[in-house]
Structure formats: C-alpha cells, structure tokens
Design a binder for this molecule. Structure first.
Ligand SMILES: [Cu+2]
Length: 145
C-alpha cells in the first residue's frame, strides 16, 4: 500500500514537472525584413510573452540559414540574453531591439521559409517559421534596422 502511494506521488510529481517544462513562451508576429539582394545580413522581429509560472531565459538564437544570429539593442548593441519573468513580454521591432541574422547562406526571397531556433536556458529549443515581408515600399529608410 505504501509502495503504491509512493509510486502515485512520484507520478504526480513527474506530471507536474512535465507540465512546467511544457509551458512555452508564446511568440507572435515573427517576421523577417526582406534584405536587399546584395546583403548577407537580415533583421527579424517578433513579440515574446511569458505566460508561464517560471522565469524564462533566452540564451541564444540560431538559424540553419545564417552562420550567426544575434540579439541586438538599438545601434547594434549586443544583448547577452533575454530574461522574461512570469507575465513579462518583450518585443523585437524595427528601429529598436532586433534579431540580426549574419552570414546568410543563400539569398532570401519573399517566399523563402526562414527558420529561427530559440535556445532557452532550460535546454528547451523552440523552432519558429518567419514570414518574409517586403518593406521596400514602406519608407526610404530600407537600411534602417
Ligand atoms: Cu543589429
């Protein structure tokens, strides 16, 4: 009887911890600005929200399509990591914080499927598909990231 209860308790703990593990930061509006044809860098943007009960730390981002991906503040100042407390949000957006893809392995077109992988502190990897947006008609500041 005691063993049975012990196993049940263990099962409960496992269920609860996998529940915590499973909670993912939500990512919305993930997109990449169509870079000029000659450029081997591109900027990406997204909105992150932590609806989980634990603090989440984004350690790094990678992409199979770029040799390096960095998180930048305005003026290309590097962000080492991004800490999101429960209920915290963070937005990468034009002319502010952005995700920078460097060393593009192939030219990106409007219909290219761009993949980003978010590497979280707890070992979880989150794969995103980005929409490529052509912003050239929007303003003359096409190079403004
Ligand atoms: Cu940058």
């Amino acid at each position: 009887m005691v063993v049975k209860q012990g196993i049940f308790l263990l099962w409960m703990i496992m269920m609860m911890s996998s529940e915590l593990q499973a909670c993912e930061v939500t990512v919305q509006h993930a997109w990449l600005r169509l870079p000029p044809p000659v450029s081997d860098t591109a900027a990406a943007y997204m909105q992150l929200n932590n609806h989980c009960q634990t603090t989440k730390q984004l350690k790094s981002i990678s992409s199979p399509q770029a040799s390096m991906v960095m998180m930048h503040h305005v003026k290309m100042k590097m962000m080492q990591s991004l800490v999101l407390k429960p209920q915290d949000g963070f937005t990468f957006q034009p002319k502010a914080n952005h995700v920078m893809l460097m060393g593009l392995k192939a030219p990106i077109h409007k219909d290219t499927k761009v993949t980003l992988i978010l590497h979280w502190q707890d070992g979880h990897q989150q794969t995103l598909q980005l929409e490529v947006k052509d912003m050239r008609g929007e303003s003359m500041q096409g190079m403004n990231m």
